[in-house]
Structure formats: structure tokens, C-alpha cells
Write a protein that binds this ligand. Structure first.
Ligand code: UDP
Ligand code: MG
Length: 223
């Protein structure tokens, strides 16, 4: 993790107009879907199968929240508990740092990233594409609230997450419908969305996802 001071100075970084990474070097796939839709589970499978690097915005925020000395710890904690979206400067900087670090570790400038649970709001989408890297595709896991609620309550028994309880779940659903679905719809309009029904078993969802993603990466405008 970088020192907080690097995250604390996003203005200069984020006001730049050239993205840090070029889409010819770096493939970015956003992974969206309601809370509990199975984004993290499917991403783990795609990493194993396709060699993506998986970056979960929520995990990065929780890590930063728990980092001793972080000036954003309390802010992140409050936003997550209430199912609200943390100010984008923090999340975008964490993602950019994680991408840089992953490429550095691999000793390369080329890579493929699954950015999970992000962007959840239109301003994040625009800013990330402008400052960090344009996105190639969006994987959207479509799941009814009833199913997601059951999964989250089950996960809440062991996850230790402060937001896997009935009240936070309600708030997260609301944020998803009001703020995050517009992002999915925007990318749908750009022809970048791969929509997958997330109700079947993880295995079945993965088979569909893997097939559709492989096809779409090879033929972005259709075969
Ligand atoms: N979050 C945020 N910005 C992001 C991603 C996540 O503020 O770009 C916060 C938000 O409060 C969200 C929480 O982190 O409800 C948990 O996100 P995560 O993706 O871990 O949850 P999931 O939807 O996968 O269950
Ligand atoms: Mg997740």
C-alpha cells in the first residue's frame, strides 16, 4: 500500500487529460452487478482461467480503511456501513495504484484487469476513463434482489462485513438501483455490456461468462 499522502493529493493527478495507461497496453473490463450478484466469485474464476488481474474496489477500500495511519479510515467505514459511494478521488487513486503495482510486479507494461464493483456512479466512470484508462468492456451480472438478499444474509454469517446485515443491504440495493444502474445503461448504449443471468449455480454462470467474454474480447463488434 502506498502512503496516504499519495492518495491525499489526487487533484493534480485526476485533472490530467491523458490516461495513465493506454488501452493498447492495458485491457480494462469493469465488472458490475448488485451487491451479492456474485462478482467476486466470478472474477476469481476468470483470473484462474484467463490470467486477468482482479481488483475489487470494495476490497481496496476495506484494506485502506484498515491501514494504520490512513486518513480516510473513518470516512470509508461510514460510507460502507451506509451503502454509500465513497468520494471517487479515493477509490480511483487506490485502483490506479493497484494497477501500477500489479504491472510492476509482473515487470511489464501490458496487462488485463477485471475492475470489480466499479464504477458505481457516472462521475467515477468518466473520471476513471479520462485519468486512468479507457474501458474495453463491462460484465454485468443480472440478479433479482430476493436472490441477492439471501446470498448476502448467508455470507453475513461469516464475512465479518459491517454491511452484510438487513439494514445495510437495503441501503446498498437502493444505491445500486438509483446510482449504479445508470452506469450499466450508459455502457449498454455504447455497446460494451455483456449481460449474464447471475441466478444459476456459480459453475453455470462461469461457463456463460467465460464464453461470452472470450468471444467479445476477440470480436468487440460482434463476430
Ligand atoms: N464502494 C464505494 N465505491 C466503489 C466501490 C465500493 O464506495 O467504487 C463501497 C460502497 O459503500 C459499497 C461497499 O464499498 O457498498 C462494498 O462494495 P463491494 O463491491 O465490496 O460490495 P459488493 O457489492 O461486491 O457486495
Ligand atoms: Mg464483492
Amino acid at each position: 500500500m502506498p502512503p496516504a499522502t499519495e492518495i491525499a493529493a489526487p487533484a493534480a493527478q485526476l485533472s490530467q487529460t491523458t490516461p495513465v495507461f493506454s488501452p493498447s497496453d492495458v485491457t480494462v473490463v469493469f465488472v458490475l452487478g448488485g451487491p451479492g450478484a456474485g462478482k467476486g466469485t466470478q472474477c476469481a474464476r476468470l483470473v484462474a482461467e484467463q490470467g486477468f488481474t482482479h481488483l475489487s474496489a470494495g476490497d481496496l477500500l476495506r484494506e485502506e480503511q484498515n491501514r494504520p495511519g490512513s486518513q480516510f479510515g473513518q470516512l470509508i467505514k461510514d460510507y460502507i456501513k451506509d451503502g454509500l459511494i465513497v468520494p471517487m478521488e479515493v477509490t480511483i487513486k487506490l485502483l490506479e495504484n493497484a494497477m501500477t503495482e500489479a504491472l510492476r510486479q509482473k515487470g511489464t507494461t501490458k496487462g488485463r484487469f477485471l475492475i470489480d464493483g466499479f464504477p458505481r456512479k457516472m462521475d467515477q466512470a468518466h473520471k476513471f476513463e479520462e485519468a486512468v484508462c479507457p474501458a474495453k468492456l463491462v460484465l454485468f451480472f443480472d440478479c433479482p434482489e430476493k436472490v441477492m438478499e439471501e446470498r448476502l444474509l448467508e455470507r453475513g454469517k461469516t464475512s465479518g462485513r459491517t454491511d452484510d446485515n438487513a439494514e445495510s443491504i437495503r441501503k446498498r440495493f437502493r444505491t445500486f438501483v438509483e446510482t449504479s444502474m445508470p452506469v450499466v445503461n450508459f455502457y449498454e448504449g455504447e455497446g460494451k455490456v455483456i449481460k449474464v443471468d447471475a441466478t444459476p449455480t456459480p459453475e453455470d454462470v462461469f461457463k456463460t461468462t467465460n464464453k461470452l467474454l472470450t468471444e467479445k474480447l476477440a470480436f468487440p463488434r460482434g463476430p
